[in-house]
Design a protein around this ligand. Structure first.
Ligand code: GDP
Ligand code: IMO
Ligand code: MG
Length: 436
């Protein structure tokens, strides 16, 4: 048995897609366990770029079981479009399975997401406006509509009516929107049901069968620990739990089915949307980092906020997730920055020092990073394939990060393509096996 969870250890967009795709090569099944099409996971292989939103990042490996777990919120339009696009580009999608218990994003969830953000005005969260928050809210309120409901017209209509009723006043600005017409909405969703029916399954059972026979299963997280609704920078978070513990709930397996947890982190930090970001940069340095890293959102195209590596937050993420291995991506982007800074504590209002992640939102909002300066490197490292190929300052930086966080680095990204990676031979059992 080998269950490996891949999670984001920062504010999302760490390169989970690339790491999952690499692990998928050796895995038998790949399972998305939370989030929805707020995610954008990029895979670059053989010069081709794939941007996946709902599809597990194992889909490019033909024949492997790819699961959209019960913890994911599914916009069936986005899913059917993504399936069409993959098939159009020659990808076999027959081995996809969608949990019958996953919740559906409905047109009114997207409207409520827009309306909620508009109402907040300057205080907006900066959501992706994909209806994620309102969909999870309905799930918790037991007004959600699940994938299995697509297969029963009567139930679907009844549930839509029940879900819409308490939302009437919030949806008043959309009262004339044809997407809210019960007949049109149910017809549209029943059509998705017809298309998706062959993929709908009891995915928990399928995954447990694989684990029981000793297969390697990769559980792919979306977003990152700092966007976790419980542990992140609330309320500037997403509406699900991107931390590793949620893999069990969102896939329908038990805690003992997880053997390793890989945390993906960039060699610096980015964040999309509003909320505290203690190591944020601005001015020309930020511009340079954003341009070199191509830091524009995969889902919304928004410029990502950028900053130096935040080791206080990364150590917090390591603890929350029980990380066994780190994957540090985009080290190549730091070439030319000298010195490289790494935040090792926060300084709050009135000079208070924090070497741990402060629990109080007000403290965090006023926290500024304090840094250790490390020597930079100027060489292009995108062709390096072993640690010994790296310039000494790059190796020192990695060592500093691993020591500070207390988690070994299993792999290092030196470019977007799947072969632009260095396996260190360190990390959990799987990392060591794969590096060999
Ligand atoms: P995810 O949401 O965590 O899967 O990450 P995204 O795909 O949203 O963003 C990561 C971006 O960095 C993508 O454009 C990747 O192609 C790219 N990327 C991943 N690893 C590396 C790396 O090691 N170096 C560089 N230069 N780009 C990388
Ligand atoms: P991946 O999986 C980066 C951010 C949004 C916003 C907040 C809430 O590609 O790493 P939501 O639409 O979820 O209600 O928005 O969360 N956010 C992400 N940021 N990467 C993501 O996904 C994100 N998914 C949501 O920008 O700040
Ligand atoms: Mg992304």
């Amino acid at each position: 048995m080998s269950g490996i969870v891949v999670v984001g250890a920062q504010w999302g967009d760490e390169g989970k897609g690339k790491v999952t795709d690499m692990l998928a090569e050796r895995a038998d099944a790949i399972v998305r366990f939370q989030g929805g099409n707020n995610a954008g996971h990029t895979i670059v292989r053989d010069g081709e770029t794939w941007k996946l939103h709902l599809m597990p990042s194992g889909i490019l490996h033909p024949g492997k079981l790819c699961v959209i777990g019960n913890g994911v919120v599914v916009d069936p339009k986005v899913l059917t479009d993504e399936l069409d696009e993959l098939r159009h580009r020659g990808v076999e999608t027959k081995s996809l399975r969608i949990s019958a218990n996953a919740h559906l994003i409905m047109p009114y969830h997207m409207m409520l997401d827009h309306a909620g953000e508009a109402k907040l005005g300057k205080l907006e969260i900066g959501t992706t406006r994909r209806g994620i928050g309102p969909c999870y809210a309905d799930k918790a309120a037991r007004l959600g509509i699940r994938v299995q409901d697509l297969l029963d017209e009567k139930i679907l209509k009844k549930k839509i009516v029940a879900a819409l009723d308490p939302k009437r006043s919030s949806l008043r600005p959309y009262a004339r929107d044809p997407r809210l017409d019960l007949q049109a909405m149910s017809e549209e969703y029943l059509t998705y049901g017809h298309v998706l029916e062959p993929y709908i399954a009891d995915t928990s059972r399928l995954v447990l069968q694989r684990l029981d026979r000793g297969d390697m299963v990769v559980f792919e997280g979306a977003q990152g620990a700092m966007l976790d609704i419980d542990h992140g920078t609330y309320p500037f978070v997403t509406s699900s739990n991107p931390v590793a513990g949620a893999a069990c709930i969102g896939a329908g397996v038990g805690p003992k089915d997880i053997d390793e947890v890989w945390g993906v982190a960039k060699a610096y930090v980015t964040r999309v949307g509003a909320g505290p970001f203690p190591t944020e940069l601005d001015g020309p340095l930020a511009e340079e980092m954003r341009e070199r890293g191509g830091e524009y959102g995969t889902t919304t195209g928004r410029p990502r906020r950028v900053g130096w590596m935040d080791l206080v937050a990364l150590r917090y993420a390591a603890r929350l997730n029980s990380l066994t291995s780190l994957a540090i991506t985009k080290l190549d982007v730091l070439a030319g920055f000298d010195p490289i800074r790494a935040c090792v504590r926060y300084r709050g209002a009135e000079g208070a020092e924090f070497d741990y992640f402060p629990y109080h939102q007000t403290v965090l909002h006023h926290a500024a990073g304090e840094y250790v300066e490390l020597a930079g490197f100027s060489e292009d490292i995108s062709a390096c394939r072993s640690e010994s190929d790296l310039p000494a300052p790059a190796r020192d930086y990695l060592e500093f990060v691993a020591d500070f966080v207390g988690v070994p680095i299993a792999l290092v990204g030196v470019g977007p393509s799947r072969d632009q990676v260095i396996w260190t031979g360190d990390g959990g059992d799987t990392a060591i096996r794969l590096a060999a």
